[in-house]
Write a protein that binds this ligand. Structure first.
Ligand SMILES: NC(=O)c1ccc[n+]([C@@H]2O[C@H](COP(=O)([O-])OP(=O)(O)OC[C@H]3O[C@@H](n4cnc5c(N)ncnc54)[C@H](O)[C@@H]3O)[C@@H](O)[C@H]2O)c1
Ligand SMILES: [Zn+2]
Length: 382
């Protein structure tokens, strides 16, 4: 028996997604029934526009609003979507549409893989992390208690629709988290992207990714292309456990969990990357000037309260996180170790990262953070 399933999907950079005149949604849906899943914040900003589009174009579409946030990324939310799908009598040709941040699209991908053993779904990311990462990949997931994405699936959408204009209403703090996910590709893959971020991120965050317009477009498109190119090499993570996109994702899951998700995913990724480049320098992989330049970009992305170290990030936590990484990455740590901005090697052996080096790196980050006056982690929620 051979039962391989070949699937393609399109990622579109578009404008006017919710406009009754210009929206591509009606053409994509044709006559299919759809259930839009969104969150209270997104519905508050865009509910009226969405209802207008449904009314004006006569779409066969219902909307369900689920509670927000990482603590609601649970099987309970998946169950609520399934119950709504049952109530609205979705059939096997029907669609789920995730309209929201990474939490929303991750939960929708899970529900779509479960309903009637799999129905199609569209992803419409409305956060920066969604546009360049969560909304365009193949994965869905929900947490088991504090264990991130313990339940998960590979479930590609049929389309990912990227409309930058959703960022107009996104609070600055979430734009900063998104910058951290963009910056993760720089030390491992793309110097030009790094230089664009370095030069323009302050203006972009201030203008909600509005100006400079060409740079905003280029950063989003370049980051999402890079992500897709990486995913394309290994879409189901079955060829290798060495993935560039794992930069910033070794210590961050444990850090998010230990703070009961008060620390957002993007903040945890930023802290993880600061530690990673510091380790890279201590172990002689990366030059000091390159390490400092990357840290400076992280600080700039995170101003005014950049969390590049956290009291919860202890040597013990890091050790436990690396043990978990070994479980997750096929028996080795497969740790992307930056060599310079745009290039990395993979560290395979767990003992390549001794606790003495981790301890010294954490102390250094803590000293640097207090010199910068960035000790307070959870102050800024603009
Ligand atoms: N599947 C993947 O490949 C993948 C990749 C990266 C991250 N993730 C996951 O994504 C999650 C983080 O996603 P996130 O950063 O988008 O956070 P999020 O989904 O929690 O959204 C952040 C907040 O912004 C609000 N929001 C969303 N869009 C808005 C808008 N346009 N205007 C105003 N408010 C808006 C949301 O309601 C929420 O309160 C984590 O759970 C992470 O694990 C998944
Ligand atoms: Zn991430």
């Amino acid at each position: 028996m051979e039962c391989r399933k070949q699937q393609n999907y399109d990622v579109h950079l578009i404008e006017g997604l919710l406009s009754p005149e210009y929206s591509v949604l009606p053409a994509m849906l044709q006559e299919r029934k759809a259930l839009v899943v969104t969150t209270p914040t997104v519905y508050g900003h865009y509910g009226e526009l969405l209802s207008g589009l449904i009314r004006n174009r006569g779409l066969n579409m219902q909307v369900v609003v689920l509670p927000d946030g990482e603590t609601n990324k649970t099987l309970r939310s998946v169950e609520r979507i399934c119950a709504a799908a049952l109530e609205y009598k979705l059939d096997r040709r029907s669609l789920l549409i995730g309209l929201g941040g990474g939490v929303c699209t991750d939960v929708v991908a899970m529900a779509a893989s479960a309903i009637r053993r799999g129905i199609d779904h569209l992803r419409i990311p409305t956060t920066l992390i969604g546009l360049i990462d969560a909304g365009i990949g193949l994965k869905g997931g929900v947490n088991l208690g504090n264990k991130k994405n313990y339940f998960g699936c590979f479930n590609p959408p049929t389309h990912a629709l990227l409309d930058r204009s959703f960022l107009e209403t996104l609070p600055a703090s979430f734009l900063r988290h998104g910058m951290a996910e963009i910056l993760k590709m720089a030390p491992v893959a793309d110097r030009h992207l790094f230089e664009l971020c370095e030069s323009y991120q302050t203006a972009l965050i201030k203008s909600k990714f509005g100006v400079p317009e060409e740079v905003s477009r280029e950063i989003i498109w370049r980051s999402s292309r890079l992500m897709l190119e990486e995913l394309q090499k290994n879409p189901y993570e079955s060829h290798t456990y060495q993935r560039l996109v794992d930069m910033g994702h070794a210590f961050s899951p444990a850090l998010e969990a230990t703070t009961d998700f008060r620390l957002h995913h993007g903040e945890a990724v930023a802290i993880d990357m600061a530690l990673t480049v510091t380790l890279a320098e201590s172990l002689g992989f990366m030059r000091t000037d390159e390490r400092n330049r990357f840290i400076a970009a992280l600080v700039q992305a995170g101003r005014p309260a950049f969390p590049f170290c956290a009291p919860e990030l202890t040597v013990e936590l890091c050790e436990a996180a690396l043990d978990e990484v070994v479980y997750h990455r096929g028996g080795s740590i497969n740790f992307p170790m930056p060599v310079e901005i745009s290039r990395c090697v993979f560290l395979e052996k767990r003992d390549g990262l001794p606790s003495s080096v981790i301890g010294a790196a954490l102390q250094r980050l803590s000293r640097e953070a207090s010199r910068q006056g960035c000790g307070a982690l959870f102050d800024e929620r603009s």
